[in-house]
Design a binder for this molecule. Sequence first.
Ligand SMILES: [Zn+2]
Ligand SMILES: [Zn+2]
Length: 79
Amino acid sequence: MTSGCSVCNGLTHLAENCPACGNTMEDCGKINSYVDPYGPYEDTTTEEETLTGDDQCVHFLQCPNCDQSSNYTVHRDEI
Ligand SMILES: [Zn+2]
Ligand SMILES: [Zn+2]
C-alpha cells in the first residue's frame, strides 16, 4: 500500500509515551475506516475529504504495559 505516511512506509517509527505509565507505546497500524474515502457512509462533502483525506494518517497506539490505547495522527506536512 502506498501512502504519504512515513510511518506506514517504515521510514519513521512511532515512539509515543503512554499517558498512564510512561512506557513506550506500540504502533498497531493505521486506522483505515476513519479515512477511507470509499467507505459506506460516502457523502458529497468535499471539505470533509480535505480534512480527513490523504494528508493525514491516523495510527492506533497501544501500551504493552498497561493496555492504555490512543490515536496518533501523522500529518504529511510533518514528514
Ligand atoms: Zn500511517
Ligand atoms: Zn501504559
